[in-house]
Design a protein around this ligand. Sequence first.
Ligand code: HEC
Ligand code: HEC
Length: 199
Amino acid sequence: MKEHFSQVNAMKAAVVRGEVAEFRVAAELLATRQLSGDVASQWKVHLQTMQNAAGVGRDASDIEAASTALGGVGRACASCHRALGGPKVEVGTPPAEGSGVNLHMVRHQWAVDRMWEGLMGPSDEAWLKGSEALGDAPLRRSGIVKGKTVTEHIAVLAKETHALANRARTAPVDERGKHYGALLATCASCHAPLEVKIK
Ligand code: HEC
Ligand code: HEC
């Protein structure tokens, strides 16, 4: 199970970085991936559902479409895990709050990673803790880029990220994919205009 659909990690990273072309390549890989060895018949139907969901991402024309498709994949992972067993999710504790955009972003990344686990696990605890870690106060407009006042649009995105997480927290399990997708698209929509390069 080591290589258990690890292509999805590339899809997630591409969304946060705002790289649609990269996303499509990773979606194609997941959609067409062949499992080695015999695949039990009860696996096949779930596998097909998940690969169909990944297939939707092959045609994503923008980040919103990509993140929506990614949410659909997470939902499909969850439905197999619910039926056949899945990961044991250990939530841990979020990185400390602190001042500055970098620490703030490290917490964001931690939060969306937990929310992903909450979605695909599925794990209520991970979903809750992840969305709570995004419940912090948003960065102030002057604190987003050092020494520069960002546009009103960027300031709105900062607030939007936290508002989306607050709404996601109480969403029905079935709708987690949609909320996760919307949240991840917001990360990208701030990184792209600021030309943030994430390793
Ligand atoms: C066809 C069914 C099925 C699908 C689809 C599926 N999984 Fe799993 N997954 C399992 C089962 C069964 C286990 C637990 C058994 C095991 O760990 O060997 C598991 C375990 C895991 C684990 C814990 C073990 C490990 O390898 O680290 C992770 C993480 C995981 N799945 C992620 C995912 C993600 C992400 C997706 C969607 C992209 C996904 N799975 C789709 C059946 C599935
Ligand atoms: C309001 C704008 C904005 C939003 C929204 C935003 N980011 Fe960022 N992000 C930035 C800026 C600016 C940087 C660059 C920080 C620096 O290096 O000075 C950054 C950097 C990062 C980094 C790299 C951090 C480092 O130190 O290398 C990660 C990871 C990251 N963001 C994740 C996220 C995630 C995940 C989300 C969505 C939940 C998100 N960001 C939402 C503005 C934003």
